[in-house]
Ligand binder design. Structure first.
Ligand code: PDD
Length: 279
């Protein structure tokens, strides 16, 4: 792979960052993941805007203009001849002596981008659906910022797998927040798509926003509100959304079958609409 590192294009074996990088020492960094389909960026505007917002919330400076950022995204696709897959962008506050105080203004940030080839259109999870385990949401209180503090999501996913599930849905104060790396949605017995309203409790999913637009365009009733684990277990359908998976059905929650245990009809429609409108 050819990576982007602070303005340079390097083979992955030569792309190195300092052991004093604040991303490594403090998890003082943010990231974005953008999907590539047929060599084209999917929902790029949303991901670029969320990156800007994450940086702003943490007082971090983006080292590239909007136009440069787009150009680098396009160039990394071209240099890696990426037809289907993902672009990861990692931005940290840069290299500085270890200190809880931020480094002085003007310290150059570290910006890394790399690609991952992946068949995003066809995969077993999209066909068969996934099983999720409910686990407590023990992450920090600003989950609306896409930071590289991913240890708890890793722990939750490991625990979910240990329980025989594929992934976790996280629960706080009696309500589902989101998945370990995806937005959680349910469809009620009345056919209403329910997804949690945005707040500091969850990441404002870019795929979530696109899917809500598609649902509205197809006259699906949508309620943006928190839902409980009981409501999720009793739902007709459940699914997750993310840049890495688009729309993926959830067929079991904590061992309880969702609907008839097969991917729901609305879920399958939304996945199809999403792919059709992004190609
Ligand atoms: N994860 N919630 C969390 C906690 C996430 O990490 C993600 C994305 C989402 C979905 O957001 P979007 O639709 O914008 O991808 C929701 C990325 C893909 C990841 O960490 O790999």
């Amino acid at each position: 792979r050819t990576l982007y590192l602070n303005g340079a294009w390097l083979p992955e074996s030569e792309a190195k960052v300092s052991v004093f990088d604040r991303g490594f020492l403090m998890a003082d960094g943010i990231y974005e993941v953008t999907c590539v389909l047929d060599g084209k960026l999917v929902d790029y505007a949303g991901h670029a805007a969320r990156l800007q917002r994450s940086a702003q919330e943490l007082g971090m400076a983006l080292p590239l203009t909007e136009a440069e950022l787009l150009a680098v995204h396009r160039e990394i696709v071209a240099r890696n001849a990426l037809d289907q897959g993902l672009i990861y962008l990692q931005l940290t506050r840069g290299v500085a002596e270890r200190d809880f105080v931020y480094p002085p203004a003007g310290t150059p940030p570290t910006l890394v981008m790399f690609t991952q080839a992946k068949n995003v259109l066809e995969n077993a999870a999209a066909e068969a659906g996934i099983r999720v385990a409910l686990l407590p949401d023990l992450r920090w209180g600003r989950r609306d910022i896409k930071t590289v503090q991913l240890l708890y999501p890793c722990m939750a996913k490991m625990e979910a797998k240990a329980r025989g599930a594929d992934d976790a849905w996280l629960v706080e104060d009696g309500f589902v927040t989101e998945g370990s790396a995806a937005t959680s949605h349910i469809v009620t017995a009345e056919g209403v798509l329910v997804t949690r309203d945005l707040s500091h409790a969850l990441l404002p999913g870019i795929t979530r926003a696109s899917v809500l637009e598609l649902a509205a365009a197809h006259d699906v009733r949508v309620e943006e509100r928190a839902f409980t684990p009981d409501e999720a277990r009793a739902a007709r359908e459940a699914f997750i959304t993310s840049a890495t998976n688009f729309v993926v059905p959830v067929v079991a929650i904590d061992g309880a079958t969702v609907g008839d245990g097969k991917p729901g009809a609305l879920t399958r429609d939304l996945r199809r609409f999403y792919i059709e409108t992004r190609r």
